[in-house]
Design a protein around this ligand. Structure first.
Ligand code: ZN
Length: 386
């Protein structure tokens, strides 16, 4: 009898612990389950990719995952290379007019010639006429090109003034990739993510810590900020978390200061994963209208199948990070980290509507949801945030 009573009590106690645990497990799994289902239900945009192929497999795969793509022409050292990227972009867009859009860029060849800026503007206008929905400026501006006196040409150089005036007046947005992650200016053992450690160990030529004669991270950031301040009507998206990836607090200051500034997440999600979860989550909730989901997926003729596998992994694991509270690990991050568990409304902004808003011409069937980001003031001659 005593034994039976004991075992009854044990069983009861066991049940009183087990039942809430089971209910909790069900709740958690149904929540994760809903978020997994939401991934397939939600129309999403990867707002920073490089499609340099006419193989339609990548487009078909993206569509099957619910992704539209913004492909970005980049690098400023060769008009021939820029033209070839443009050809790929236009070809894909002709095949998938509602699934892919593209950004134009310009060449720095002969930039010290007096007619350079006029030539750039003429070409960019033609790109817009042919369907480009904005512009891209790459990090070789600031870190590669030097004038005939040996000075690095930074983005706030007077050279770019006519081009930036044109961009602002066009009403189309500018994606800027200026600088590199701050890790690039740090010794290897102070770097925060594994990918940077191995990349810069293998590429000392790009490791700015070893090249103090190159512009500092701070001076590059200042050159970009100068442009934000001088052209308040220019809507600018800072690629790769605006190269302020190491601290959401520092990035928040820029976003507060420049209402014409948003950022994409391309290739920098791991930098959020190494920061304090609560701080990152608060940052995303506060700036939920100014963060665009992106991966930096690069696809060329020879690697389509490999890159489809890569995209599958990135898109799904990034979704898990933003949408669920799963405990996760990544080759880039030491130790485990927890997903941010953002709600559907915030996810929809980051994975979709922010790209529609910041690149308003990009996906024509969704233009209806475009809300102007600011109001132009005739008196003040500047863009006023709502
Ligand atoms: Zn890129």
């Amino acid at each position: 009898m005593t034994n039976r009573n004991n075992s009854f009590q044990v069983r009861n106690r066991f049940r009183s612990v087990l039942i809430p645990v089971l209910i909790l497990a069900l709740l958690v799994s149904s929540c994760t389950g809903n978020k997994a289902e939401l991934y397939h239900r939600m129309a999403k945009i990867d707002a920073h990719v490089h499609i340099r192929t006419t193989d339609t497999a990548i487009m078909e795969y993206a569509a099957s995952e619910g992704f539209k793509l913004l492909t970005i022409n980049t690098r400023s050292n060769s008009q021939v290379y820029i033209d070839s990227q443009k050809e790929y972009a236009m070809k894909m867009q002709s095949l998938y007019p509602n699934e892919i859009s593209w950004l134009a860029t310009f060449s720095m060849e002969n930039f010290e010639e007096a007619s350079w800026a006029d030539g750039v503007i003429r070409k960019l206008q033609k790109d817009l006429d042919q369907g480009a929905v904005g512009f891209k400026i790459w990090k070789d501006i600031g870190m590669t090109f030097q004038d005939s006196l040996g000075r690095f040409v930074l983005l706030d150089d007077p050279l770019f003034e006519p081009v930036l005036v044109f961009m602002e007046a066009s009403g189309f947005p500018l994606l800027t990739h200026i600088g590199e992650p701050l890790n690039c200016w740090l010794p290897i053992d102070s770097m925060t993510v594994n990918g940077d450690k191995s990349y810069f160990a293998n590429h000392p030529e790009y490791h700015m810590y070893l090249h103090p004669d190159y512009p500092s991270h701070e001076s590059l950031m200042q050159s970009r900020d100068q442009v934000l301040a001088r052209y308040p009507g220019l809507k600018m998206i800072g690629a790769h978390l605006g190269s302020l990836e190491w601290d959401v607090g520092v990035l928040a200051e820029r976003l507060d200061h420049y209402p014409n500034f948003a950022v994409d997440l391309a290739a920098r999600v791991c930098h959020l994963q190494v920061q304090e979860r609560a701080k990152v989550r608060d940052f995303i909730l506060k700036y939920q209208d100014r963060i665009l989901y992106a991966t930096d997926l690069g696809v060329s003729e020879e690697n389509v199948n490999d890159r489809i596998k890569w995209a599958e992994n990135e898109w799904r694991s990034d979704w898990r990070y933003f949408a669920t509270d799963s405990l996760m690990s990544s080759r880039n991050v030491e130790g485990e980290f927890m997903g941010l568990d953002l709600d559907e409304e915030v996810l929809r902004k980051i994975f979709n509507s922010n790209a529609l808003h910041w690149y308003p011409g990009a996906f024509s069937d969704e233009l209806d949801s475009y809300i102007p980001w600011c109001r132009w003031s005739l008196e003040e001659k500047r863009c006023m945030a709502f």
